[in-house]
Every structure is written in structure tokens, then in C-alpha cells.
Design a protein around this ligand. Structure first.
Ligand SMILES: Cc1ncc(COP(=O)(O)O)c(C=O)c1O
Length: 363
């Protein structure tokens, strides 16, 4: 029997996403939420779900109203989606040809922007940071937005994968420039909880700025496939009219409706992850590793060469951890990225990482 992953259909290898594959290692490669309380919070989010509702097609209104109450926005300013990837695909498909300036993409960025099926059909301008810092990344985006033809302008805040986290007022400034130039700004707030508040990012939403909030990392709900895109009424109406084929399941809608009840406890989870991230960074820095600042639930360890990045990744894999070799990703050459886990699991990983770093040498 031929399976899809063997046929490839002429697609690049990256089209067959490895995060969907079964893997016995601890996954510190995909920035899922690792915290001792995640399981009990997930149970609370799905608690009270009545399997009888699975008989009928899901009804979005109550969940949209609950999400609106949480985010401080009317329900018709929200688009509910089965994950951010589906929104990215929807934007690239439904808005193709609408922006002569094409896609102005903060680089590095989430790979779906360049790997979605319609991505190659967009004129693409990648905007990099000149020195690998948040400030120059934000400045470069401002400059690009100021001189581009009307475009789809995309930033992630904090940036995934780099971790850049400029002050939110810089993003508000970018939003103002985008409005004046006729761009549509997308702020992907997938990691916003680890740098402040997703509610603050949602305040930027209007008809010129779509704020994308994923439940995957912040609420430990990657397997539930849920994201909320916040915009203005006209923008959301237009996107809804494009007929998403990715409907949110009744179970995910139930969890969304209940997110307000667990939200405060998640803010403590984010604070724990943030504190652990800074403690891990300090320990690695004290050992001579120049770990860049990150506003997400992940850190990067730079290695001197591609070979040493590959060796560290392989050693960690042998020890049971899946981490990500960033390869030649812009600004992250030879960096090895890992997800910050809070609690004993995170401590064990860090000890293992430090041991391997000492063995391979070359801070
Ligand atoms: C910046 C960024 N945006 C979006 C996503 C995907 O989120 P979702 O699980 O909602 O599709 C990721 C996943 O790694 C990401 O890093």
C-alpha cells in the first residue's frame, strides 16, 4: 500500500510536517506548553462537555461570545479557526491579488507563511533585522511598511522563531503606519502570554490589523487545534465570507467557552515559564553561551558551526529530547532551539543540555 508521505506528490519534504509524526522523545522542538499544571487545566477546559452534541454540526456563537467577553471585543470582530495555520492559509488564498505590494514578512517567521499552498503566488519581501535584535527588526519593519505599496504586512509578537519582542508601542506604531499606507497588518500573537498579555495585543485589532491568537502554546491546546483571529467587523466579515473549510470542532468550541474560567491560572503558568526561561538563560550565559533574549517559551543556544549544532541536537536526541537545529534560518545560523519546560522536567533537561555542552565544548 502506498502512503501519502511516500508519494510526496511533488511537494518539498517540509510539506510532510514532522510535528505530526509519532515520536517517543520529549518534544522540546514545537514550543508546546510544558508545565505541571497543564493537564489539570486541560481537563477543566473540556469539563462538562456533552458527547451528545457531537451528533450535530458545531454552533460557533456561544463560543465566539465567550471569547469576545474574554478579549474585550464583540463576537463579530472574531474569526474562530482550527489553529493559526488555517488562518494563514485563508489569508493567503482569499486576499491573493488584493495587495500590489504582496507579502512583507518579518524574517525569520513562522514557516506556514512561506509554505502554505498559495504562498509562492505572492510577491514576497522578507524583512530582516540587521544585527539580530528586536529593535532593528522593528525598525526594519517600520521602514519597509513606510515605503511599500499596499501589502499584507506580517509580524509575530514575540517573534517565532527568533524571540524578538519589541515594546508593544512599536507594534502600535507599525499598525499606524500600515493604516496610513493601506496595508493590512497581521500580528501573530502565538507566544504573547510569555511576554505580557494576549489581551493587550488584542487591543490592536481593527479593520487594518488582524491579531492572531493561537490556543496551542499559551493554553496548552495544540492538539485541540484552536485559534482566534481578532480584527474589525469588515475585515472579519470578508474573511468569513471566504468560507473557511476548517471548522472548529464542538470540543474545541467548548474549551474556548471555558477559557475565561481558567485564564487567571494560565497567567500564572506563563509567569512560571517566563521565570524559568530567564533562569535557564542566566545559567547558560554564566557558562559562556550567548543565548539571545527571547519573549517566547523557547531559547536558542548558538553553536560555532553547523556540525556542532548538529552534534548537540543528535546528542540530545540520544538522551531522549527532540530539539530543533535552526540550520541557516536568518539570524539564527547554527542555533539549537529548545522549548522551556517549567518544573522538574525542565530542570532535568537543562542539566542534560549543560552536560552535553560541556562535552562538545565551543561556547
Ligand atoms: C509564530 C507562530 N505562529 C503560529 C504557529 C502555529 O500555531 P497553530 O498551532 O495555532 O497553528 C506557530 C507554531 O509553531 C508559531 O511558531
Amino acid at each position: 500500500m502506498t502512503v501519502l508521505s511516500e508519494t510526496r506528490w511533488g511537494l518539498p519534504d517540509t510539506a510532510v510536517r514532522d510535528r505530526r509524526a509519532a515520536d517517543p522523545r520529549v518534544n522540546l522542538s514545537s514550543n508546546e506548553l510544558h508545565h505541571p499544571q497543564v493537564e489539570s487545566l486541560a481537563r477543566e477546559m473540556v469539563d462538562g462537555f456533552d458527547p451528545a452534541v457531537l451528533r450535530a454540526y458545531p454552533v460557533q456563537e456561544p463560543a465566539a461570545a465567550a471569547a469576545g467577553a474574554l478579549l474585550g471585543l464583540p463576537a463579530h470582530h472574531l474569526l474562530l479557526s482550527a489553529g493559526s495555520d488555517a488562518v494563514i492559509r485563508l489569508l493567503l488564498t482569499s486576499l491573493r491579488g488584493a495587495f500590489p505590494g504582496g507579502l512583507v514578512l518579518q524574517e525569520p517567521n513562522y514557516e506556514a507563511w512561506t509554505q502554505a499552498v498559495d504562498a509562492p503566488l505572492w510577491p514576497l519581501r522578507k524583512v530582516t533585522s540587521t544585527d539580530g535584535t528586536a529593535t532593528t527588526s522593528a525598525e526594519a519593519m517600520l521602514d519597509a511598511a513606510a515605503d511599500a505599496e499596499p501589502a499584507l504586512v506580517v509580524v509575530s509578537w514575540p517573534n517565532g522563531p527568533a524571540g524578538y519582542t519589541p515594546r508593544l508601542d512599536h507594534i502600535a506604531e507599525l499598525s499606524a503606519v500600515c493604516r496610513s499606507r493601506g496595508h493590512l497588518l497581521i500580528v501573530d500573537g502565538c507566544y504573547a502570554g510569555f511576554a505580557g498579555s494576549p489581551l493587550k495585543v488584542a487591543e490592536l485589532a481593527d479593520d487594518h490589523c488582524l491579531v492572531l491568537l493561537s490556543w496551542s502554546k499559551m493554553f496548552g491546546f495544540a492538539g485541540g487545534r484552536l485559534a482566534v483571529a481578532c480584527g474589525g467587523p469588515d475585515l472579519v466579515h470578508r474573511l468569513r465570507a471566504a468560507r473557511q473549510e476548517d471548522h472548529v470542532s464542538a470540543l474545541a468550541l467548548h474549551a474556548l467557552t471555558r477559557t475565561g474560567q481558567v485564564y487567571d491560572r494560565f497567567t500564572h503558568v506563563w509567569q512560571d515559564i517566563t521565570a524559568t526561561r530567564e533562569a535557564m538563560r542566566s545559567r547558560l550565559t554564566a557558562l559562556g553561551h550567548h543565548v539571545p533574549e527571547s519573549g517566547g517559551n523557547f531559547l536558542h543556544v548558538p553553536r560555532p558551526t553547523a556540525a556542532s549544532a548538529a552534534e548537540l541536537t543528535a546528542r540530545l536526541s540520544h538522551s531522549g529530547y527532540r530539539v530543533r537545529d535552526m540550520g541557516l534560518t536568518s539570524g539564527l545560523h547554527h542555533h539549537v532551539r529548545f522549548t522551556v519546560a517549567h518544573g522538574p522536567a525542565g530542570e532535568q533537561f537543562l542539566d542534560c543540555l549543560v552536560r552535553h555542552l560541556a562535552e562538545v565544548g565551543g561556547a
